[in-house]
Design a protein around this ligand. Structure first.
Ligand SMILES: Nc1ncnc2c1ncn2[C@@H]1O[C@H](COP(=O)(O)OP(=O)(O)OP(=O)(O)O)[C@@H](O)[C@H]1O
Ligand SMILES: [Mg+2]
Length: 328
């Protein structure tokens, strides 16, 4: 099944690499052309609301954006306490009892009895959204796709591998059934885990490790999204010279003069030093790019937005992801 056509897209990556931004852009991209997509987060940080400039999301799905061609993006901040109450009600008609347990206390209690329950509650809610029927829609489903702004790479395999997490629980019970339902939704024909990285050593290393861990537990690895890519400011031959401190001094002087600046010796030396730094960084990026290529996954590059990310940038990144279908 082509990556683009999967129903559940999970976006992970090292902290701060752009998971929320890319997840939001992917949701808009998947909604483009008239589809309905749910964008979810599970870490209680309200990052989706911040990105779309809307008030904090309640535990209720709310439309946050329109996509070109009549598409709609809904968003949901999944909360473990609320998910537990919903779960108790669904299986035991126990919502009121759940409330009586005290909102925070209930999940703490459940998590103490069985570590891993929190993750099953969170992923269980994602599963419910993926599978939710809606007879009024052509697909028969409430959402054509679900995008999850997921925990970071270091925790993703454990977070998703819920059956292993709750293996200590009774072999049958409803939590176990819930975990098995989650694993079904995470099958390769239905889901993909995309990894966001930068062209830097640490995030790339986390991507390499993350992909290995996901593969070890049989979770479907999707694309690698290289975010915040900057174009080199010099041509390859110039970069080579700059790196070895061999830029033509006279040319630098001429260039600086043409820019209407007094070419003092200090200025020219600083300029050559900056060029060397830049060339060094580009060389490191080239090495990281090669490492990423070796992962044998579709790679999608997203440029650095000079003025930071706003809703407009999210739409631009969405168009880029859509035109490549994450699979250039
Ligand atoms: N392509 C881009 N160009 C410029 N800035 C970007 C780009 N992508 C993300 N950013 C900025 O980088 C910062 C981190 O992005 P984001 O919040 O999406 O990352 P994250 O991985 O979700 O972070 P966290 O681990 O805190 O959840 C934000 O300030 C965001 O606006
Ligand atoms: Mg985030």
């Amino acid at each position: 099944m082509a990556l683009w056509d999967r129903r559940l897209h999970i976006v992970t990556g090292k902290g701060g690499t752009g998971k929320t931004t890319i997840a939001a852009a992917l949701a808009v991209a998947l909604a483009t052309g008239g589809r309905r997509v749910l964008l979810t987060e599970v870490e209680g940080r309200q990052q989706i609301a911040q990105l779309f400039d809307t008030p904090p999301l309640p535990y209720r799905e709310r439309k946050v954006a329109s996509a070109p061609g009549g598409g709609e993006v809904f968003a949901l901040a999944i909360d473990a306490d609320e998910a537990l109450l919903e779960y108790l009600e669904m299986f035991y008609n126990l919502r009121r009892a759940g409330r009586a347990l005290g909102r925070v206390g209930a999940v703490d209690f459940a998590t103490t009895v069985a570590p891993g329950v929190r993750d099953v509650l969170l992923t269980g809610k994602v599963k419910e959204a993926v599978n939710r029927p809606d007879g009024t829609r052509p697909s028969g489903l409430a959402y054509d796709a679900v995008v999850l702004d997921a925990p970071p790479t270091g925790r993703i395999a454990r977070f998703l591998n819920v059956t292993a997490e709750v293996a200590g629980l009774a072999r049958m019970g409803p939590i176990r059934a819930q975990a098995e339902g989650v694993m079904k939704v995470l099958a390769p024909e239905r889901a993909a885990v995309h990894l966001v990285t930068l062209l830097e050593e640490m995030p790339v290393q986390e991507t390499v490790d993350g992909i290995r861990e996901l593969r070890e537990v049989g979770l479907p690895v999707g694309a690698v999204v290289v975010n915040m890519v900057r174009r080199p400011l010099l041509a390859p031959a110039e970069l080579d010279l700059a790196r070895h401190g061999q830029l033509d001094y006279e040319e630098l002087v001429t260039g600086v003069k043409e820019a209407g600046i007094e070419p003092t010796e200090e200025l020219i030396e600083n300029l050559a030093w900056e060029a060397a730094q830049h060339a060094e960084r580009v060389a490191l990026e080239t090495a990281q790019r090669a490492e990423i290529a070796g992962l044998d996954r579709p790679v999608c590059e997203v440029p650095m937005a000079a003025d930071g990310v706003d809703v407009g940038t999210v739409y631009q990144i969405a168009e880029l992801l859509r035109s490549q279908r994450m699979n250039p």
